[in-house]
Design a protein around this ligand. Structure first.
Ligand code: GPW
Length: 838
């Protein structure tokens, strides 16, 4: 004990790697922030004061690197990636920044020494939930990898005042609460009140001849809003590159002369202010389902316009001509949400910077890349022409002109193929007219990519088939990845320590090196330690589950987990059918020797998505009955973990034994949760969908539990006429499970409650749960068998982790850099504060 103490004291004097400071220095900075930033003495400081002081102490180290990164940008004119995304689901910053600064362990030890609780501080941080799910989280992983790979990059998005709602469960139903993430202040952002742009809306256009006799269009808006930049530093892992995420907040433009508009109309003026601020007020909580609301288009245009104006200003500031804009910037469109950028860049270049159309179009087509993230028809964005024309009249003109020129080219290649031309057109003219945002993104981009091999193939043969036939060379696949810094090092310190003890820490940046773990799969001692780590993580999750739900679960049972947005295509209700099947077995045979399972669900439903909300209610209702049935005797527990977000995800993935990735084949573009589970030593039960296909390829078919129809079979059966009812009638176990739900057994005798769900399965079954049911249940039986052999299971788990190298977001970003953006790393050298300010 005495010896340990003295070791700790020594480390206080040692250099804290990469900060160039000792722990004593860092501690002084912390106390200074407590004193000078928070205005507190240690004796009166609250947990929030402590958290803020810690955050500012860490932020100072980030800003030092940021300044150096910007210095290089100005000096060396490096090509920059602009990542445009309506969502960034960052998760808490403090722990992650400490990991990337490589000071986590030292700071933890130092905090313990002075009796400060680091975990309480980490826990206290409100996460910025500026995204719905996979798409927003991918953007956050990509920012981490861009910085880690030393690529100059700026993330551009919206600073939503209210992020994704907090989910509460009341009487089994989801209740939405506003997410007031800015309530206690946000130490990670730097407001830039002088970095602002004006964004116009509505009004009309009129033609005129300019001095050179050129026909031009002038847009007179009826509303102007100002965007203000808020910057968040994004530090790479163990490098000095510190990029920025620039988010825009909407404000009223005072100079728009309310006085003359509303003489004596104070209320009207304030109303205008409130109206403008509405734009960045709240994140639309829909995932893969469009709402078609005007405010959403306003949000998209607002952040796109601010971001493009900002990039143009930066470009001009380094003294370059706009003809070369695409040589200095590569702009990625994260799905179609920012795709109005194609028309806006044309407008900025042609109308505001007086560039000729052809040059502007050359620049535009060469600067953008477009990533598609879904095949679901209900997620493909299109805007009613009327709405678009009212809000963005000039952009509609530009889109018509792009379309006219584009279709002229198409007619040359495919003369007389009017059907094809109608499909390729930027305007949908069957019935009510719409602007097709995916078509606009395709026509305006140099590169188009899907997010997993299967998804990209399906894009080429279905939704983007015509574009693929036209420009096959534009298409490529970029399988998604996730950052091992947040999803292993930060969230699973136990596993990280164990892996480091055998193969060092090189894998954190070069995830392929996890391969070196393969040789430990057969090592008994290693497997014991591996199991101990997993058990520890399960105990921690069990404690959290008890705290959040009051349900006590047994850490020795198999943790079978499905966490993701609730969506019918993701088939949480197929998982429920399995649970009910197990329950029926126990009821039929009370003495059954069944492998104990804890089935854990988590995820939010879009507030307007009735079926998804009913699925949440079903899970909770089944949980209620199963968990209270004495006959079950702890062989089966069901948990709905409320408010699944990045913070809780960091506790959940490391505790999983089994990862549920059971979407209907062909529906999940990629999935990224599947990767996070597997990296943390869970085995996957899954369909051949999205990135599951590639995960299985990598980890080996023997180490993956596969079931279900293939995408091809799904399509074939659908086209031949699918009849779920006949499957229901011919499968007694399935019938028993569905009947039990339909009987009111889980709804206090009310047979109507779940009728919409039951009917949708029996009479439509759009996502083919019944077709996959038996294959799923059989596969789950193989899972249980495998789990009984702990050594075999652990060996499989080790091999899963060892073979996950491909799914690092570093690999994905390297591919984007080489094949789409054509950007290369720039190593940032640290310079002393004194030299920098001289
Ligand atoms: F519809 N994804 C998402 F394509 O989380 F835009 N939200 C969305 O709105 C869309 C896609 C959109 C997800 C995909 O469902 C998932 O399969 C994929 O892994 C993820 O995007 C990142 O590519």
């Amino acid at each position: 004990m005495a010896q340990r103490k003295s070791k700790k004291t020594n480390s206080n004097k040692t250099d804290c790697s990469r900060t160039g400071m000792t722990l004593i220095d860092l501690n002084r900075c912390f106390n200074e922030h407590l004193f000078y930033t928070q205005g507190r003495l240690p004796l009166s400081a609250t947990l929030n004061d402590h958290y803020m002081a810690a955050a500012y102490t860490v932020r100072d180290r980030l800003l030092h690197r940021w300044v150096c990164t910007v210095r290089d940008f100005i000096r060396e004119g490096v090509k920059v990636v602009g990542y445009l995304s309506a969502e960034f689901l960052l998760g808490p910053h403090l722990g992650n920044n400490m990991i990337n600064l490589d000071i986590f362990d030292e700071v933890r030890e130092a905090s313990e020494n002075v009796g400060r609780n680091l975990d309480a501080m980490l826990d206290h941080e409100e996460e910025p939930g500026l995204g719905n799910g996979g798409l927003g989280r991918l953007a956050a992983c990509y920012l981490d990898s861009l910085a880690t790979l030393e690529i100059p990059a700026i993330g551009y998005g919206i600073r939503y005042e209210f992020g994704i709602f907090d989910q509460e469960i009341r009487d089994g139903w989801q209740v939405e609460k506003t997410d007031k993430w800015l309530r206690l202040g946000n130490p990670w952002e730097i407001p830039r009140p002088e970095v602002t742009y004006e964004v116009k809306f509505g009004g009309h256009t009129a033609g005129y001849c300019d001095d050179g006799g050129c026909y031009r269009s002038r847009w007179t808006p009826d509303r102007v809003v100002r965007g203000i930049a808020y910057d968040t530093p994004i530090l790479g892992y163990k490098v000095n590159t510190c990029n920025m995420l620039r988010l825009w907040k909407a404000e009223a433009v005072e100079s728009f002369d309310f006085a003359s508009f509303n003489v004596g109309n104070y209320y009207g003026a304030v109303h205008e202010k409130v109206y403008s601020e509405n734009i960045s007020k709240v994140l639309y909580p829909n995932d893969e389902q469009i709402q078609g609301k005007q405010l959403r288009l306003e949000q998209q245009y607002f952040f796109v316009s601010c971001s493009l104006q900002d990039m143009i200003r930066l470009h001009l500031a380094i003294g370059k001509s706009l003809e070369y804009f695409h040589e200095e910037f590569a702009i990625q469109l994260n799905d179609t949400h920012p795709s109005v950028a194609v028309a806006e860049l044309m407008r900025l270049l042609v109308d505001e910077h007086h560039m000729d159309w052809d040059t502007a179009w050359h620049v535009t087509r060469n600067v953008f890349g477009y990533t598609n993230h879904t095949l679901l028809p209900e997620a493909l964005e299109r805007w009613p022409l009327r709405l678009f024309a009212n809000l963005l009249p000039r952009h509609l003109e530009i889109i018509f002109e792009i379309n006219r020129r584009f279709l002229d080219e198409v007619r040359v290649i495919y003369p007389d193929d009017e059907a094809r031309i109608a499909r390729l057109s930027l305007i949908d003219e069957q019935g009510e007219r719409y602007v097709r945002m995916a078509n606009l993104a395709c026509v305006g981009s140099r590169a188009i990519n899907g997010v997993a091999k299967l998804h990209t193939e399906l894009l080429k043969t279905t939704v983007l088939k015509d574009f693929y036939e036209l420009w096959p060379e534009k298409f490529s696949n970029k399988t998604n990845g996730v950052t091992p810094r947040r999803w292993m090092v930060l969230s699973n310190p136990g596993l990280t320590r164990l892996i480091r003890s055998r193969i060092g820490g090189g894998w954190i940046k070069k995830l392929d090196r996890l391969k070196r773990l393969e040789s430990y799969a057969g090592d008994d001692a290693f497997r014991r330690e591996w199991q101990a780590v997993k058990t520890g993580n399960k105990q921690a999750l069990a404690a959290l589950i008890l705290e959040r739900t009051g349900i006590s679960v047994n850490p020795d049972s198999m943790f079978d987990i499905q966490v993701k947005r609730i969506h019918e295509y993701k088939r949480q209700h197929l998982n429920v059918l399995h649970v009910v099947t197990l329950y029926n077995r126990l009821r039929r045979n009370p003495g059954l020797d069944m492998l104990p399972r804890t089935v854990i669900f988590g995820g939010k439903a879009a507030p307007s998505y009735y079926m998804a909300k009913l699925i949440i209610k079903l899970i909770n209702s089944v949980a209620d009955v199963v968990n209270h049935d004495p006959a079950v005797r702890n062989r089966l527990k069901v948990v709905f973990f409320p408010d699944f977000n990045v913070k809780s995800a960091q506790k959940i993935y490391p505790a999983a034994d089994l990862s549920e990735q059971i979407s209907t084949a062909g529906k999940e573009a990629s999935g990224t949760g599947n990767m996070k589970f597997s990296m943390n030593g869970a085995l996957t039960i899954g369909t051949l969908d999205g990135a599951n296909v590639e995960i299985r390829e990598e980890v080996g078919a023997d180490n993956f539990f596969l079931f279900g129809l293939t995408a091809e079979e799904v399509a074939r059966i659908k086209s031949e006429g699918y009849d779920p009812r006949s499957i229901y009638l011919s499968n007694p176990d399935l019938r028993e499970a569905i009947d039990l739900i339909g009987s009111g057994f889980f709804s206090r005798g009310d047979p109507d409650l779940f009728k919409p769900l039951v009917d949708s399965l029996l009479y439509q079954d759009e996502y083919m749960l019944l077709a996959d049911y038996q294959s799923y249940v059989d596969c789950q039986d193989r899972v249980s068998e495998a789990y009984r052999d702990r050594d075999r299971w652990t060996r499989m788990a080790i091999l899963n982790v060892a073979r996950m190298g491909k799914f690092s977001s570093d690999r994905a970003i390297r591919e984007y850099c080489r094949e789409i953006w054509r950007v290369s790393p720039n190593t940032v050298e640290m310079e002393d504060f004194g030299d920098l300010v001289r």
